[in-house]
Design a protein around this ligand. Structure first.
Ligand SMILES: [Cu+2]
Length: 510
């Protein structure tokens, strides 16, 4: 099914209104429901799941340091929109089919409010997972001015819940960033990029079985999901009318598996100002931006003197990355900017020469080094699945950093995919990536490097919470654990991997 491009306007999710607020605290309630929404004007309305009646959910905007309470409320039906595989971890027949738990990705938050995958809850909190602790989550928002996002994280069905529409933006604003004079207000726009496949009737399609079906199973998880159509903020290939001036865009890859390598058809530069965890030191002019699932980048695009021009945002990342299929005439296009609005007032916003100091974590300050592999494995049905440190979700906890300590993790990729590895609670810095001999490692359990250490890309030199770990490479990251103790997770953010064992708990201890 080919849908005409650029016929629908880019939707901008509304900002969520609090139930109440005072000097120090704000309280929100967020309902999850099933409803119909138009995802393209040539399609029948699509049944989706969303927060507060919208997909994507409303944008939650908070001030740095202000305490926010959110009651996430499950009002979803008992039956899932998509086929559930009851053989994967946490989704067996002994738990309700529809479970939710909300994680604010990138949040610095106490563990009881982090959305632990086994802290799920059903409609009306009738049933809860074994790590459920509270109905109202508390967020202290100790992070930087940054683009975070919230999405579902229920064990074994995260891929289905997020695909159904359970995702939204969560922005932390630091008043001190005002002096930067970045484009703001209606010139600051969140861009959530996803891929989906539609049935003829307009409903969302998610496969029941992999390409090579598993005969013993009615429904089986698939190794990766790659959609045939690209959506931005819940619309297929939308357009945005802009003025001839500067805009700040917050780009987020919220796809299940697909990577996006973003470029502008005009060939012009985008000025990247922030990565996952906030501002980088200097804006960097970039021709393209690579975003794995869950990665964010903030860019300024300058449409000055481009009156009348149409500029297409393109994608050329193979899927799955890096060895999957090339993009086609649908998936090579993200959205279109039309410089059609007149300039409403003089553009006084700036691309600052310098943004802020990002202190580098010193390697010497690390008190612990961990060597953690990313592995392939095979289950009893002959399905390939992925592991971290060769361990399943339920194996005893092995990553137990001390509160306030700094660690370096060697993420050793023994598979043929690039995996976006995400740690909850903290922001890290990428030290380097380095090629090594996988075969020798498998035989001798020793690292033999085959090339020099490659520093992170200039646009990755800031606070990160998700790192791409490429095949035949070891990525090294460094981070300080805190300010909370407790139980968190680290995992691959390819949702089909995370749902089937590529996730591990970690505990921050005193
Ligand atoms: Cu993965």
């Amino acid at each position: 099914m080919i849908l005409t491009k650029f016929v629908d306007e880019l939707p901008i999710p509304p900002v969520l209104k609090p139930r109440w607020t005072d000097q120090l605290h704000t309280y929100y309630e967020v309902n999850m429901t099933e409803f119909k929404q138009s995802l393209h004007s040539e399609l029948n309305d699509t049944t989706v799941w969303g927060y507060e009646g919208g997909y994507p959910g409303p944008t939650i905007e908070v001030e740095k340091g202000k305490i926010v309470f959110i009651k996430w409320i499950n009002n979803l039906p008992d039956k899932h929109l998509f086929p559930v595989d009851h053989t994967v971890h946490g989704a067996h027949m002994d738990v309700p089919e529809v479970r939710t738990v909300v994680h604010v990705h990138g949040a610095c938050v106490e563990w009881e409010s982090d959305g632990y995958p086994e802290a799920w809850f059903t409609r009306g909190f009738k049933q809860v997972g074994r790590y459920f602790r509270k109905q109202i989550y508390r967020y202290d928002n100790c992070g930087h001015d940054s683009t975070l996002w919230y999405h579902d994280h229920a064990l074994g069905i995260t891929r289905l819940n997020v695909y159904a529409g359970l995702a939204g933006f969560y922005l932390i604003r630091d008043q001190r960033a005002r002096i930067l004079n970045l484009p703001s207000g209606k010139y600051e726009i969140p861009i959530m990029i996803q891929d989906k496949t539609f049935n003829k009737d307009g409903s969302l399609y998610y496969p029941k079985q992999p390409d090579k079906p598993i005969p013993e199973l009615e429904t089986s998880i698939i190794p990766e999901f790659v959609g045939k159509t690209i959506l931005v903020n819940g619309k297929v290939h939308p357009y945005l009318e802009v003025e001839p001036r500067k805009y700040r865009f917050r780009l987020l890859n919220a796809a299940n598996t697909r990577f996006f390598r973003i470029k502008l058809g005009s060939g012009q530069l985008m000025y990247q100002i922030a990565t996952d965890g906030g501002f980088i030191q200097h804006p960097i002019g970039v021709k393209e931006i690579m975003l794995a699932p869950a990665e964010r980048a903030e860019v300024i695009i300058d449409f000055t003197n481009l009156e009348g021009k149409n500029i297409i945002m393109t994608n050329d990342a193979p899927a799955p990355f890096p060895t999957g299929d090339s993009v086609d005439e649908n998936t090579d296009t993200v959205m279109q900017f039309r410089v059609t609005h007149p300039l409403s007032n003089v553009d006084t916003s700036a691309i600052p020469a310098y943004i802020m100091h990002v202190p580098k974590i010193n390697e010497q300050s690390a008190s612990k080094i961990r060597y953690l592999t990313l592995n392939d494995n095979m289950d009893k049905y002959g399905r390939e699945f992925m592991l971290l440190d060769n361990k399943q979700w339920d194996a005893p906890i092995t990553e137990n950093p001390k509160l306030g300590s700094t660690e370096i993790w060697y993420l050793i990729n023994l598979t043929t995919d690039t995996h976006p590895i995400h740690l909850h609670l903290i922001d890290f810095q990428i030290l380097d990536r380095r090629n090594f001999d996988v075969e020798k490692f498998n035989k001798e359990k020793m690292i033999h490097y085959t090339g020099p250490a490659i520093p992170p890309e200039p646009y990755e030199r800031g606070w990160k919470d998700t790192v791409r770990v490429n095949p035949n490479q070891i990525a090294r990251i460094i981070m300080k654990f805190g300010p909370y103790t407790g139980l968190y997770v680290w995992h691959c953010h390819i949702l089909e991997h995370e749902d089937y064992e590529m996730m591990r708990p970690f505990i921050v201890i005193r």
